[in-house]
Design a binder for this molecule. Structure first.
Ligand SMILES: *Cc1c(COP(=O)(O)O)cnc(C)c1O
Length: 388
């Protein structure tokens, strides 16, 4: 029997990291000590308090049964209270908060709730690959919004053709941004609200990095913009905030009908989030101050080592105000892949080619600050020895 994949699978854009992955494996086989700056996954442990709460919650038989679809009310209340403290935004925990099995899960499912085949979805390029894939899975057509340095890596909504805007159903945005590390302020979000109102587009703001910010900077929530809750929702995650990527806990907040539309899809796919994890997440949101100072201090030191080092070598990179990424321009004469390959072959350093996040990421590589300072210093030493 021939096993034929569905068209939607064939439509997924080619995996652009395959070549780098292969080379990485080759080098590892040869015993090269790789420094992997390619992974957007915190290396630091989850705070003790959260782990202890999970242990206790795991013992409770009440938590061994199916959880509710929308999440425990205690968790949703903790989310609403955190939003109030952190962003001065009021949310109704019953109607405007929904638990997610990580925010990626919510992002992957939201188009199924609102996109009909042939609808446009506005997707940033470069951007988190899930926006475009989830659009394709729902039969939608991604329309890419280029994020350019001269615009602070914010999309220019005025450049979206009228006929596209009119047929667009969703708009994905993400600040602090992966991969560019750019941040957005309230005036931009207000522009987004006006645009969304005008064309009746649902805004999905991915705020996964809102609590990874440096030197006292505090990223704003999309929902702080006037009228935002009438046009959109915001995705959050405990993954980056509390070093909990493996736990799979996040949430969506905002417009009650958008939240419930997503919930409608989810009730037919998953059965909610292990309650012990929700209890631990409740503890985290209620008891810990975000951004978590201990984590931020470590990322700040790593950032300083890397940005200074990269600039000494002559590479162009901005000081990020937020996120744990560095978005580095490749030297003249190289493509993203060529430069990433050079760093790998000659320095054993893994960086992600920017074009893997979309065509408009060409000309950049991304490095993640998710390895310790000693290794980062070593990475800079190795980079100094590479001729480019
Ligand atoms: C890491 C990340 C997420 C989500 O992660 P989850 O672990 O699924 O919550 C979402 N968006 C972006 C841009 C990310 O980098």
């Amino acid at each position: 029997m021939r096993i034929e994949k569905a068209k939607r699978i064939e439509q997924i854009p080619p995996y652009l990291f395959a070549e780098i992955d292969k080379k990485k494996e080759e080098m590892r086989q040869k015993g090269v000590d790789l420094i992997d700056l390619g992974i957007g996954d915190p290396d630091l442990p989850t705070p003790k308090l959260i782990i202890e709460r999970l242990k206790r919650a795991a013992e409770n038989p009440r938590n061994h049964r199916y959880p509710s679809y929308e999440g425990m009310i205690e968790f949703r209340r903790a989310v609403a209270q955190w939003y109030q403290r952190r962003f001065r935004v009021s949310l109704d925990p019953e109607r405007e908060v929904f638990s997610l099995i990580g925010s990626k899960e919510g992002i992957a499912h939201i188009p199924l709730a609102f996109v009909n085949p042939g609808d446009f979805v506005l997707v940033p390029s470069p951007g988190y690959p899930v926006y475009r894939v989830s659009t394709i899975f729902a039969g939608g057509i991604p329309y890419f919004l280029p994020l350019r340095k001269e615009n602070g890596f914010l999309p220019k909504l005025s450049e979206v053709p009228e006929e596209v805007a009119e047929k667009a159903k969703l708009l994905f945005i993400n600040y602090p941004n992966n991969p560019t590390a750019a941040v957005a302020e309230r005036p931009f979000f207000e522009e987004v609200v006006a645009f969304a109102r005008r064309y009746e587009i649902i805004v999905c703001h991915d705020a996964a990095y809102s609590e990874i910010a440096f030197n006292g900077y505090r990223p704003v929530s999309f929902l702080e913009a006037e009228g935002a809750k009438e046009v959109g929702i915001e995705f959050h995650s405990l993954s980056k905030t509390f070093n909990m990527t493996g736990w799979r806990i996040g949430f969506a907040v905002g417009h009650s009908e958008i939240v419930s539309g997503l919930g409608r899809v989810k009730t037919n796919i998953d059965s909610g989030l292990f309650q012990a994890i929700q209890e631990a997440g409740t503890e985290a949101l209620n008891r810990l101050d975000t951004p978590l100072p201990e984590i931020i201090k470590i990322y700040e030191r790593r950032r300083d080592v890397m940005v200074k080092g990269l600039r000494e070598i002559g590479l162009e990179v901005d000081w990020p105000k937020a996120s744990f990424y560095l978005w580095i321009q490749v030297p003249r004469g190289y493509s993203s892949t060529q430069f990433a390959t050079l760093l790998l072959e000659q320095g054993g350093i893994v960086a992600t080619p920017g074009n893997g996040f979309g065509d408009d990421g060409e000309g950049y590589i991304r490095m993640a600050l998710t390895v310790d300072e000693t290794k980062l210093r070593e990475a800079i030493e190795r980079l100094k020895r590479i001729k480019f």
